[in-house]
Ligand binder design. Structure first.
Ligand code: FAD
Length: 412
C-alpha cells in the first residue's frame, strides 16, 4: 500500500491526512509538539471563525494578489464544503451577522476532538514530539525525538508546517533554512493581521493602554495609491494599536511602511456622522463650556476618543468648529512599524507558488507537497485563513496519495 507522511498537525496537515487516507494511502502524521492542532485550539478561544458566506468572487478576492493561485484549492473545498465537513463531524455551524461562519458553540476543541477520533479510526497514525529536520543522505525524512534521530521512508510527503506566528505553539518557521538550502524559492515571512507600533506620549500610554476604541473608521493609502477605508473597533496597546480594524488594514499599512518608512492611518472618530453635519453640530455656541464638554455634547467624543484627539492634534485643538470637525473625521495616526511576526495572527510570505505545480507539489522535489500557512499567501481574518489551510491541505493530501499510489505500483 502506498505510504504518505504528513509533517505538521495543524488544520492543513490534518486535512491532508484525511484526504490521503480517504484516497487509500497508509498515513503517518508527525508533529514536533506533544499534541496536534495547538494554534487551531487557540483560534477557538476568540470564537472559531471557520469560513465566510459571501459570494465566491468576493471570497476569492480576499486572497489579493495570490487569488488566482489559491483559487483551484478553494473552489474544490469552498465555504459550503467546510460547513458540510464540520456537520459530518457532528458540529453544526451558523452564519453570523457579518457573514462569518462559526461552529454553534464557537469552540475549536469539540471539532478537533471529533476530527482526531475520525482520523484515528480511519487508520492515521500520529507521531508527536517528532521534529522534522530535513532529509538524510539517502533522501529519507529525518526526525529528532527525545530518543535521538531516526529516518523515515515514504512514497509521498506533505509539508504543512505553518507560518511563523505564535512560535511557542509549534509553527516556528524552522523549515525555512531546510528548504532554502535545497534551493526552494521562499518569500521572506512577514506579519499579517498584526498590530502596529505608535509613538504614544507617556501620558496617553499610561491613561489609555488597554482601552477599546469602538466603532470608528480607518483609512490607509496603499502603495498603489488606493484608499482603503474599513469600519470596526480596535484597542490601544502600550506600544500602539491592535485588534479587528487594525488587522483589516494591516497588510496595506505593512507594505506602505516597507516602502515609505511609516504609514498614516486616518481615523474617523464619528463614522456615522457626515463632516458637514458634524461641523454644524460643533458650531453651536460654546458659551462657558469647556472644549471637552462641548465635544461630548455635540460630537459624542469622550474618553479614549477625546484622548486620541488630544494626543494627535496635541493641545492645538482647533477653535474653528469646521476645522475641529475635519480633525475628528480624519485624524492622522502615524504607524511606525508592524508588531513582530511572533505576535501576529498569521504570516505573509512562505514557499513561493513558483516552486509548486498545480497539485502543490514542489517542482524540485517530486513527491513532496506543501500546504497551509507555510505557502506564500495571506488573507484577512474572517475565516479565510482556516478555509485556505483546509483547502490547500485537502488538495495536497489527495495529490500526495495519488502520487504515492502511482509510484508504489510502478515499483511492484
Ligand atoms: C490567536 C489566533 C486566532 C486565530 N483565529 C482564527 C480564526 O478564527 N479563523 C481563521 O480562519 N484563522 C484563525 N487563525 C489563523 C489559523 O489558526 C492559522 O492560519 C492556521 O492554524 C494555520 O494552519 P497550518 O496547518 O498551516 O499551520 P499550524 O496550525 O501553525 O500548524 C503547523 C504544525 O506544524 C508543526 N511543525 C512545525 N514545524 C515542525 C517541524 N519541524 N517538525 C514537525 N512539526 C512541525 C507545528 O507543531 C504545528 O502543529 C488564528 C490564529 C491565531 C494566532
Amino acid at each position: 500500500m502506498a505510504s504518505v507522511v504528513i509533517i505538521g498537525g495543524g488544520p492543513a496537515g490534518l486535512m491532508a491526512a484525511e484526504a490521503a487516507v480517504t484516497a487509500g494511502a497508509t498515513v503517518e502524521l508527525y508533529d514536533a509538539m506533544p499534541s496536534v492542532g495547538r494554534k487551531f485550539l487557540l483560534a477557538g478561544k476568540g470564537g472559531l471563525n471557520l469560513s465566510h458566506s459571501e459570494p465566491m468572487e468576493s471570497f476569492l478576492a480576499r486572497y489579493g494578489t495570490r487569488c488566482a493561485l489559491i483559487e483551484p484549492a478553494i473552489r474544490s473545498f469552498p465555504p459550503a464544503a467546510v460547513r458540510a465537513w464540520a456537520h459530518e463531524l457532528g458540529v453544526e455551524t451558523f452564519v453570523g451577522t457579518s457573514g462569518r461562519i462559526f461552529p454553534i458553540d464557537l469552540k475549536a476543541a469539540p471539532l478537533l476532538r471529533a476530527w482526531l477520533h475520525r482520523l484515528r479510526q480511519a487508520g492515521v497514525r500520529f507521531c508527536v514530539r517528532h521534529r522534522w529536520r530535513g532529509w538524510d543522505e539517502h533522501g529519507r525524512l529525518r526526525f529528532i525525538t527525545s530518543d535521538g534521530a531516526f529516518s523515515v521512508q515514504a512514497d509521498a510527503v506533505v509539508l504543512a508546517l505553518g507560518g511563523g506566528s505564535w512560535p511557542h505553539l509549534g509553527s516556528d518557521a524552522a523549515w525555512i533554512p531546510i528548504l532554502a538550502e535545497q534551493s526552494v524559492p521562499i518569500i521572506p515571512l512577514e506579519p499579517a493581521n498584526c498590530g502596529f507600533d505608535v509613538q504614544w506620549s507617556q501620558y496617553f500610554r499610561t491613561k489609555f493602554a488597554g482601552h477599546p476604541v469602538k466603532t470608528v473608521a480607518g483609512t490607509v493609502k496603499t502603495v498603489d495609491g488606493i484608499m482603503i477605508r474599513r469600519t470596526g473597533e480596535f484597542v490601544i496597546s502600550a506600544n500602539g494599536v491592535e485588534g479587528g480594524l487594525i488587522y483589516m488594514i494591516s497588510s496595506a499599512a505593512r507594505d506602505v511602511i516597507t516602502t515609505e518608512g511609516t504609514a498614516t492611518l486616518w481615523l474617523d472618530l464619528t463614522p456615522d456622522r457626515p463632516l458637514k453635519q458634524l461641523g454644524q453640530d460643533l458650531s453651536q455656541p460654546r458659551g462657558k463650556r469647556t472644549v471637552a464638554t462641548h465635544l461630548k455634547r455635540y460630537a459624542g467624543i469622550t474618553g479614549v476618543k477625546a484622548g486620541l484627539l488630544r494626543e494627535v492634534v496635541s493641545n492645538d485643538m482647533p477653535a474653528d468648529p469646521i476645522r475641529l470637525a475635519a480633525a475628528i473625521k480624519s485624524l492622522p495616526l502615524t504607524l511606525v512599524a508592524p508588531r513582530p511576526l511572533e505576535e501576529a495572527i498569521s504570516t505573509a510570505g512562505g514557499v513561493s507558488f513558483d516552486a509548486l505545480d498545480k497539485r502543490l507539489m514542489l517542482r524540485s522535489f517530486p513527491g513532496v507537497f506543501s500546504a497551509g500557512e507555510m505557502l506564500d499567501w495571506e488573507a484577512p481574518t474572517g475565516g479565510y485563513l482556516l478555509t485556505g489551510c483546509l483547502a490547500t491541505g485537502r488538495l495536497a493530501g489527495r495529490a500526495a496519495a495519488e502520487w504515492a499510489d502511482d509510484h508504489c505500483s510502478r515499483r511492484l
